[in-house]
Design a protein. Structure first.
Length: 229
């Protein structure tokens, strides 16, 4: 199966982002506008991980800038977090969509396992470069990609778990799931739980960017030997 192949020499997030812009590791690039790479503080203590870019992200080339992103921004503020201090990315970097209503609208289509696996090398290298203290999985796709297919948002939520790399990991809902709740009161309650999840994750991290410590940064393009923490 084809897969993304981050170049060995891409040892910074900017270099990785440039390389990902021409990725053809799976078929999703063919119908998307552009690669939507992660963004944020390269020394962030907290990495937020979503599923894939949506319609607005695909057009803007930035993650979480559509309706779900705006809700996430509000939740971050309420949790006492500054978006500029965290790193936000997706497990899959291209928008997968299907047509609706005579082709006038593009609606989200869940990425398949093959696409998630094909795109994984980009995320793994982002993780290696940022080396966050805490991961926050936004929704089931990110949670399964980080913690394994058996994980369920409902049971994993609210607990401090550990990723296979030994990074403290929290699971919560994807902000788009909050937007889909029709009842105002129920939506507000879910927003409160989401903020509490972010606050819990924040309390287990250094919150802001860590001070520069070159010894923790990769010195070459290889991601082998990434520390398990
Ligand atoms: S989804 Fe990922 S692997 Fe597939 S083409 Fe886009 S960047 Fe490459």
């Amino acid at each position: 199966m084809p897969t993304a192949k981050p170049p060995e020499e891409a040892t910074t997030l900017d270099a990785l982002r440039r390389a990902a812009a021409s990725c053809t590791g799976c078929d999703l690039y063919k119908r998307a506008t552009q690669t939507v790479f992660g963004e944020g503080n390269p020394r962030a203590s907290i990495m937020l991980i979503g599923e894939q870019p949506g319609h607005e992200e695909d057009l803007a080339g930035r993650p979480f800038v559509g309706p779900a992103g705006r809700l996430l921004d509000k939740a971050l503020v309420q949790a006492g977090l500054d978006r500029r201090h965290v790193y936000i990315t997706n497990i899959v970097k291209h928008f997968k969509w299907k047509e609706k209503e005579g082709g006038k609208r593009r609606i989200h289509e869940k990425p398949g396992r093959g696409e998630i696996e094909a795109c994984r090398p980009w995320f793994d290298k982002e993780l290696w470069l940022v080396q966050p203290e805490v991961l926050v999985c936004l929704g089931a796709t990110a949670a399964a990609a980080i913690l394994g297919p058996a994980v369920r948002v409902g049971t994993a939520r609210g607990r401090a778990l550990s990723s296979p790399q030994g990074i403290r990991t929290f699971v919560t809902v994807h902000p788009s799931a909050i937007l889909r709740i029709p009842e105002d009161a129920e939506r507000a309650a879910e927003m409160g739980r989401f903020v509490a999840d972010l606050r819990r994750a924040s309390s287990r991290s250094g919150k802001a960017a860590r001070p520069s410590s070159p010894s923790r940064r990769p010195g070459s393009g290889s991601s082998k030997g990434a520390p398990a923490r």
